[in-house]
Design a protein around this ligand. Structure first.
Ligand code: PEP
Ligand code: MG
Length: 870
């Protein structure tokens, strides 16, 4: 088996093997673009590394060295040669891009002798020693995990001693001294000398990159983005070119279109006389790419030409890394650029208009999960006008965010766990901050450009971010920042407008997102291509109206219990539970009846005659009673009973295992009067709205939860039919209605052919089905699933993304069984998975009729359904 490929041996279609970076470097090489020579060690070598107990097998090592020789021949330089040394970069590259999550080592191949060779060759000892100290620093950090701070401190001390501010003001001798200090630091921490043999340096670095596939931030990123841990990363070894040899050198990152707005305009940043990590780390604030046009017009023109070619070639906006060495341009990377949802939609529409892609391809260009942030709020314009602007900086990722200031990711996590909303304020972010960033409402950084870590990551997550905010000064250790003489403390509220880059003092309320023309166009195409219908889970008129606005084609789940989560309404339920006599109980049920009818009318109206599935009450009754520690006396008085009686009811209804308890259809078996009342309310409400809107052909769908057996459904259906028919008769109405059931227990799935004989439709309740298939509590599992992700037993949360192997199998089986009895059985899903793109794809494949999800995820599901169908 071949584990290593020269760039000239690969191409762009080999992502799985070569990773995105390796495949694209190979593709650019084959297009004749200026790419420094190199080779890629495959992702299969990474998987082998893990299988072999984190070692690189001798034959793979031998193959790598064979390719080092090939690279040396191409480069005309040799690794470790004193006269004409080859230096290389060692970089990670997974199948899916994971910006900044894994490790990179630059300038590899240096030692005390090679550095002299470089100094002589370039006649620039300062450059040689600067490069050497950078290498030691990176190698120590990535391979040996010596904390970066030690090296930073040594540099700071050196600058102090010399009385200078910038790294660039240090001379060759200073760099030489730093190299010695760095080596000593390395030895002090590791207990061994810094490795001088370039081949040892190389193998150690390759292993370190493989290891970085499994660092905590990479694991977290994978989980967020549904990337399986089995993929592994490739490693690219490439001849170094230098952007830091003088003022005719530079390095930068550029996009073929603006990644924040989608505007068709070359966009990028670069630094003169710098090495790649200086730009990405955001330590120096870079210059705009437009200035390159003035500084090096020929290089600029060549770059623009290459960029345009790459965009036409990949038919997508490109994000490119480049380096200029002594006036010569080199391409180090190209990939489809990360972008905001707005930009994604604009770019997709523009590319169609430019004749570059089809409508189908445009639909595939937008990541459905990104729509989430886009569909969320923007600031209330009136309040925004009145608000005090603290500072204005780079609008790195759009959106409106408001929260309490915190200065580190740990505090962010703690506060969010307490239910607070936070804005993470940092000098600059590093990949270790990723979890803190993800849960923050917004991110504000003092340093860094549009391509800094914070900006890239925030855009990917759809979180509002403002970067490069030099107006504020963070006072280290004092938990505050200062702006224009004003102090903002940890815990104070600020608001960020990620579209304008403005930072405001205090809270500003938000309003719903404005849906743009590009959005409507794209969703129009999506609707044309998709086969699945999309409904929403909603029970309030407001949610139903929102769902309708977002394009829901009905409601797939009205959780009727939620309609009682209101101070007044819950009282009626409590009265029913506490009733001692049949008369008392009926009185309470009658109260509930009126409330339900009114609420159903409103929800049906909001959906404009589209189908609505109403589910009978589902949770165990004790959920309606007060929790421990609540004031029983006041409540008892209000309910006209005694605290003792109330307490007794709580004790009696207590269940050891409530999720497997007296809930779902079991309530209807014990208390048929509830099912009867709900049916009457549904039918009465339906009659009311269809009389008011003669053109609506509204058919309410009554759904029974938690069925496990045909007889159970038959019994409850009997109650429903009797109640419904009585109402219809009394109103002399010929309204049609349907009766169906949820499939949310494994037994119901396995007996889906029997049960289908009594059901008009099935809705897969994958929250419970996941819970019961795994035997994992949906309410508690999050607290210990962390260990499962860390140990790679689970790649992602089965409550967020459908477990295709187990739960998915049950759904497939139930679909087959159900349709074997009733070929036209209507099938849907209403668990949380209904709005998860990967799960939607599965639902399409299995042949469900619709997915149902929360209103804000309706557009996501529409787009995901279209992508599944294309
Ligand atoms: C389900 O179990 O998937 C479902 C939709 O019902 P609930 O979440 O209300 O239990
Ligand atoms: Mg359920």
């Amino acid at each position: 088996k071949k584990y290593v490929y020269l760039f000239s041996e690969g191409n762009g279609s080999m992502r799985e093997l070569l990773g995105g970076k390796g495949a694209n470097l190979a593709e650019m090489t084959s297009l004749g673009m200026p790419v420094p020579h190199g080779f890629t060690v495959t992702t299969e070598a990474c998987t082998r590394y893990y299988e072999d107990g984190k070692t690189i097998a001798p034959e793979i090592e031998a193959e790598i060295f064979e390719f080092v020789s090939k690279l040396e021949a191409l480069a005309g330089k040799k690794l470790g040669d004193k006269e004409n040394p080859l230096l290389v970069s060692v970089r990670s590259g997974a199948r899916a891009s994971m910006p900044g999550m894994m490790d990179t080592i630059l300038n590899l191949g240096l030692n005390d002798e090679v550095v002299e060779g470089i100094a002589k060759l370039t006649q620039n000892p300062r450059f040689a020693y600067d490069t050497y100290r950078r290498f030691i620093q990176m190698f120590a950090d990535v391979v040996a995990e010596v904390p970066k701070e030690y090296f930073e401190r040594a540099i700071d001390l050196m600058k102090q001693k010399k009385g200078v501010k910038q790294d660039t003001e240090l001379d060759a001798d200073d760099m030489k001294q730093l190299v010695e200090q760095f080596k000593a630091l390395y030895k002090g921490h590791i207990g061994r000398d810094f490795p001088t043999e370039p081949k040892v340096q190389l193998m150690e670095s390759v292993k370190a990159v493989f290891r970085s596939w499994d660092n905590p931030r990479a694991i977290y990123y994978r989980r967020q983005n549904g990337i399986p841990s089995s993929w592994g990363t490739a490693v690219t070894v490439q001849m170094m070119v230098f952007g830091n040899m003088g003022n005719d050198c530079g390095t930068g990152v550029a996009f073929t279109r603006n990644p924040a707005t989608g505007e068709k305009k070359f966009f990028g940043e670069f630094l003169v006389n710098a090495q790649g990590e200086d730009v990405v780390a955001g330590i120096r604030t870079p210059q705009s790419i437009d200035e390159l046009k003035q500084l090096m017009p020929e290089v600029y023109d060549q770059f623009l030409e290459i960029a345009t070619r790459l965009e036409r070639h990949y038919k997508d906006m490109q994000d490119m890394e480049f380096t200029i060495e002594r006036g010569k341009l080199f391409m180090l990377q190209t990939r489809n650029g990360k972008r905001t949802a707005q930009a994604a939609m604009k770019i997709a529409c523009d590319l169609v208009d430019e004749g570059l892609i089809t409508e189908e391809q445009a639909v595939l260009l937008v990541d459905p999960s990104q729509l989430d942030a886009f569909l969320h709020d923007q600031f209330n314009p009136a309040e925004l006008k009145r608000a005090k602007i603290l500072a204005t900086a780079l609008p790195a990722s759009p959106g409106a965010a408001c929260g309490q200031v915190v200065f580190d990711a740990e505090t962010a996590k703690e506060w969010v766990a307490e239910g607070k909303k936070v804005i993470l304020v940092r000098l600059e972010t590093s990949p270790e901050d990723i979890e803190g960033m993800h849960i923050s409402e917004g991110i504000l950084t003092v340093r860094g450009g549009m391509t800094s870590h914070a900006a890239v990551v925030a855009r990917g997550m759809g979180i509002c971010c403002i970067s490069s905010c030099g107006d504020i000064t963070i006072r280290e250790g004092e938990h505050c920042f200062e702006v224009d003489g004003l102090i903002v403390n940890e815990g104070d509220y600020i608001s960020l407008d990620g579209s304008t880059g403005r930072v405001y003092l205090g809270k500003i309320s938000t309003v719903g997102a404005g849906l743009s023309g590009d959005y409507s166009r794209l969703m129009g195409w999506a609707d044309k291509f998709r086969k699945l219908q999309v409904r929403a889970n909603a029970e309030t008129p407001a949610d139903a109206a929102q769902a309708y606005k977002f394009g829901a084609e009905g409601i797939g789940l009205v959780r009727t219990e939620h309609m009682f989560f209101d101070e007044q309404k819950i009282k009626a339920v409590r009265e029913m539970i506490l009733a001692k006599t049949q008369t008392q109980r009926q009185k309470a049920v009658d109260k509930m009846h009126v409330m339900q009818r009114e609420d159903f009318i409103k929800v049906f109206e909001a959906m404009q005659g589209q189908p609505v599935t109403i589910r009978l009450i589902d949770p165990p009754l004790h959920e309606f009673l007060p929790k421990e520690g609540e004031n029983l006396e006041a409540l008892a008085a209000e309910l006209e009973t005694t605290p003792a009686a109330l307490e007794k009811a709580i004790v009696e209804l207590h269940e050891v295992n409530p999720m497997m308890g007296h809930r779902g259809c079991r309530l209807a078996v014990s208390y048929p009067e509830i099912a009867k009342m709900q049916t009457e309310a549904i039918i009465e409400a339906a009659i009311t709205v269809t009389e008011a809107h003669k053109d609506w052909r509204f058919v309410p769908e009554i759904m029974v939860p938690l069925i496990t057996d045909l007889k159970e459904l038959k019994y409850i259906k009997g109650i429903i039919v009797a109640a419904a028919e009585a109402v219809l008769k009394a109103h002399d109405s010929d309204l049609k209605y349907m009766i169906g059931t949820m499939v949310e227990t494994p037994r119901a799935a396995l007996l889906a052919d029997e049960i289908a004989t009594e059901a008009d439709f099935y809705s897969f309740g994958t929250n419970d089905l996941t819970q019961m298939t795994f035997g994992l509590s949906r309410d508690d599992a999050a607290s210990y699933l962390g260990s499962y992700y860390d140990k790679k037993i689970f790649d992602f949360d089965p409550f967020a993304t459908l477990d295709l192997r187990g739960v998915g199998q049950l759904i497939e089986r139930a679909t087959e069984l159900g349709r074997s009895v009733k070929p036209n059985l209507k099938l849907g899903i209403c668990g949380e998975h209904g709005g998860d793109p990967a799960s939607v794809e599965f639902c399409h494949k299995v042949g469900l009729n619709y997915v149902s999800c929360s209103p804000y995820r309706v557009p996501i599901a529409r787009l995901a359904a279209a992508q599944a169908a294309i």
